[in-house]
Design a protein around this ligand. Structure first.
Ligand SMILES: Cc1cc2nc3c(=O)[nH]c(=O)nc-3n(C[C@H](O)[C@H](O)[C@H](O)COP(=O)(O)O)c2cc1C
Length: 185
């Protein structure tokens, strides 16, 4: 099984990116959760939509081929980050006006998020869920993992050592999504 992971933070030491790698380990050997680097995707502008910029075409092709998409959602001002909204806008659009094919439609998707604050990214996740539902993405309703004060679970080198309760929620969501993808076929 192949899942495209999209992290809403471009920060080098992003906790949400570390979370993706923990989830990848928890999903087991039969699942590949790819940490997709979309930092080269331009800011969306309909003037440059066609011909499709190469980083966008590559991401859309990867999503089309993949079994699902997993979003790792930091919270910026109670919503999703600018980079994540930008990449979601790009992939929401048709591959071409001839086919009107949209690679996200019907695709199984899930999300989780970590914040140094206390909200656990719940508002940002609700924000993303509403966009994805509008786009007819097949979003797993639950379980969902929301992680607060994530920095208190990092060591001096920035490695993330989730406490057992948090790790349990993360594992539950990761494994539930693998089953959700299987059942969506
Ligand atoms: C512009 C901006 C806005 C933020 N707004 C919120 C917020 O509304 N709620 C919250 O819990 N954290 C907020 N934060 C803190 C982020 O959750 C924190 O920086 C987090 O570690 C970012 O994720 P990352 O580690 O994956 O980069 C904000 C951070 C930035 C840079």
């Amino acid at each position: 099984m192949k899942i495209i992971g999209l992290v809403g933070s471009l920060r080098r030491n992003s906790f949400n990116r570390k979370l993706l790698h923990i989830v990848n380990d928890l999903m087991g050997d039969s699942v590949e959760l790819i940490d997709w680097d979309y930092s080269d995707v331009p800011v969306f502008n309909e003037d440059i939509e066609f011909p499709t910029p190469e980083p966008v075409a590559k991401l859309r092709a990867a999503i089309k081929e993949a079994d699902g998409v997993f979003f790792f959602v930091p919270e910026y001002n109670q919503g999703i980050s600018g980079p994540l909204k930008n990449v979601v806008d790009w992939i929401s659009r048709p591959v071409s006006f001839e086919t009107m094919e949209k690679v996200l439609v019907g695709k199984p998707a899930s999300m989780m998020g970590a914040t140094m604050g206390v909200s656990g990214t719940i508002t940002a996740q609700e924000n993303l869920r509403s966009y994805l539902t509008f786009m007819n993405v097949n979003v797993m309703p639950q379980p969902r993992a929301t992680i607060s004060a994530v920095h208190t679970m990092a060591d001096e080198d920035g490695n993330l050592n989730l406490d057992p309760v948090t790790l349990g929620f993360v594992e539950q969501t990761a494994k539930a999504f693998v089953e959700y993808v299987k059942n969506s076929k």
